[in-house]
Design a protein around this ligand. Structure first.
Ligand SMILES: Nc1nc(=O)c2c([nH]1)NC[C@@H]1CN(c3ccc(C(=O)N[C@@H](CCC(=O)O)C(=O)O)cc3)CN21
Ligand SMILES: CC(C)C(=O)C(=O)O
Ligand SMILES: [Mg+2]
Length: 322
């Protein structure tokens, strides 16, 4: 963001300005999000995958925009979020960040971009923050061991390392889609086993302890997410976690009905962009076929009469029927 400062006028009366970069002061900050949380106003978050969906989310004035790795499935047609590369993902982060607006932007840490070492994870997080000054935080899927004596989850350690380096982190627990195989499918978590529910709860507390400023709870029973929310100071953002979290997040393509097919139970469809789009494209095709579109006067361009005559004299009118 640039600010023009008026410096005066030069000898020929032209106004002079200095162009100074300023911090994007009107972006929503972590402090703003906390203020909402403390005053019990629900925080709104939605995913965005490109410049168009970013512009829509920003125009709606969502508090937070998540460049979610669900874009692998919802914008790129992959079968799983594990298939997208960091390079592909960053291209989308950059596009979303070009959309104007004040939302707090969070970028997912994609599968394969952080697991091999803490160093690699730190490098990935730094590189995501460097895609744009608009990226305010990264989000990291974190596992919950149901064995209280088990190894501390690697992602929890990485979350701690990132926070200690001043990189804001949103933890993501419950159904963590990057671990779909470890979890034996896209299933709700913690509803069938008290140890598992406790493990998710403890992981949320650990994430707060290591410095995460928020936690996403995906597909956990609403009674568990409510209890977790009451036991934390940081805001929880739910998806399939009931109404008593500090905020909600939804996949934009689900919300708007951009694709055909059944939505996961956790989603609500507010629009029918898929049907609307196909209908619009069909109407366009019909109009081209019937000659209704384009209209020469409305969508075309004129040629000056003298130029037209001169041009005709050069090429002749032609006798083809097209
Ligand atoms: N379109 C879409 N929306 C999402 O929210 C989403 C994605 N894709 N892809 C990445 C992850 C995967 N997510 C998913 C995927 C499937 C279910 C699902 O099928 N759930 C079952 C309930 C499972 C159970 O019985 O515990 C369902 O009936 O919807 C849930 C979340 C959430 N994310
Ligand atoms: C569903 C949200 C939480 C997410 O991680 C994503 O969209 O990738
Ligand atoms: Mg994700």
């Amino acid at each position: 963001m640039l600010r023009l400062t008026k410096l005066g006028t030069n000898v020929v009366g032209r106004r002079l300005y200095s162009v100074a970069p300023v911090t994007p002061v009107n972006q929503i900050t972590i402090a703003d999000l906390f203020a909402k949380h403390v005053s019990k106003q629900p925080i709104t978050m939605i995913t965005a995958y490109d410049y168009i969906t970013g512009t829509w989310a920003q125009a709606a004035e969502c508090d937070m925009v998540l460049v979610g790795d669900s874009l692998a499935m919802c914008a790129l047609g992959y079968n799983s979020t594990t298939e997208i590369s960091l390079q592909e993902f960053k291209y989308h982060v950059a596009a979303v960040c070009r959309a104007p607006g004040t939302a707090f932007v969070v970028a997912d840490m994609p599968f394969g971009s952080f697991e091999s070492s803490l160093e690699k994870g730190i490098e990935t997080a730094v590189s995501l923050m460097q895609v744009s000054s608009k990226v305010g935080a990264v989000k990291l899927e974190v596992g919950s061991s149901s064995n209280p004596n088990g190894l501390r989850d690697y992602s929890l350690r990485l979350a701690e390392e990132l926070c200690s380096r001043g990189i804001p982190v949103v933890g993501h627990i419950g159904l963590t889609p990057q671990r779909v195989h470890a979890l034996s499918g896209y299933k709700a978590q913690g509803g069938a086993d008290a140890r598992r529910a406790e493990a998710i709860h403890r992981t949320a507390q650990e994430l707060e302890r290591v410095g995460c400023f928020s936690v996403v709870l995906e597909c956990v029973p609403h009674k568990v997410s409510e209890t977790i929310t009451r036991n934390l100071n940081i805001p929880t953002i739910g998806i399939g976690a009931g109404k008593n979290t500090s905020g909600q997040v939804l996949v934009q393509s689900d919300l708007l009905g951009m694709l055909p097919g059944k939505l996961p139970r956790l989603a609500k469809q507010y629009g029918h962009l898929y049907e609307d789009s196909v209908r619009c494209i069909r109407t366009y095709m019909d109009e081209v076929t019937t000659g209704k579109f384009p209209e020469n006067e409305k969508h075309g361009f004129r040629i000056k009469e003298t130029v037209w005559l001169e041009y005709l004299a050069k090429v002749g009118k032609g006798n083809g029927d097209l």
